[in-house]
Design a protein around this ligand. Structure first.
Ligand SMILES: Cc1cc2nc3c(=O)[nH]c(=O)nc-3n(C[C@H](O)[C@H](O)[C@H](O)COP(=O)(O)O)c2cc1C
Length: 201
């Protein structure tokens, strides 16, 4: 994928919102940095609670690596709030039902929702990673609409067909699918070969 910002490095906006599954975002950021992407990171206030609860780190600590820039979710004057600032991709990981509902309703009241609506109006790649069980009807309808409008709905639903050994394998399964969507060549997890079923061992 051709980069447009930061000395030709591809650049993503990544929003960590208040759904469970902060580990997916931590791993995604590691993978993006490893693949020489730069990241504009947005963490909502409930996202920060889950990041602490599930990973024991602060947004500042998550952003403490080369190529990651932590944005203030309340700053609607940040670069990501404008369509004139070009980014290669926008990922909401994990995505709360609240953020999904707001985006589907066209509400851009913080940087996480505003950057998503910028992605949609500019017809850029927006990948949304919902995590909820079960889903409410309003959130299902919101996801249906977003999908119809070109947004990739990529649920945090890891497959088990690759015999995961630990949580890291399950996290990697989902992050691998996000990297696939970003056209990033990676070696996270195993790919299905078609020869697994019926194999001797
Ligand atoms: C500990 C905790 C866990 C939560 N888990 C989820 C979840 O898995 N999925 C979800 O859609 N909302 C979840 N929520 C609710 C959202 O955080 C809430 O809807 C919030 O308004 C989201 O705001 P945000 O999208 O701006 O981060 C959780 C809230 C808390 C405090």
């Amino acid at each position: 994928m051709e980069g447009v910002c930061r000395d030709g490095m591809p650049e993503a906006v990544v929003a960590l919102t208040g759904a469970s599954g902060a580990q997916y975002c931590v791993r995604l950021i590691e993978a993006l940095v490893e693949h020489k992407w730069s990241v504009n990171l947005i963490v909502t206030s409930t996202g920060a609670i889950n990041l602490d609860l599930e990973c024991g780190i602060t947004p500042r600590e998550l952003a403490d690596r080369e190529g990651v820039n932590l944005e203030d979710n309340e700053n609607l004057a940040a670069r990501a709030a404008s369509g004139s600032a070009r980014f290669d991709a926008y990922v909401i990981c994990p995505a709360s039902g609240t953020t999904i509902g707001k985006i589907a309703a066209g509400i851009s009241d913080n940087l996480a929702t505003r950057s998503a609506l910028v992605a949609m109006k500019e017809r850029r790649k927006l990948i949304v990673i919902p995590r909820e069980a079960p889903y409410s009807t309003p959130h299902l309808k919101a996801m249906y609409n977003l999908s119809e409008w070109g947004v990739v709905i990529l649920p945090a639903s890891p497959g088990f067909y690759h015999s995961p050994r630990d949580i890291g394998d399950l996290v990697d399964f989902v992050v691998a699918r996000i990297l696939d969507q970003l056209d990033i060549e990676h070696s996270l997890g195993k790919r299905w070969t078609g020869e697994e079923v019926g194999a001797e061992d």
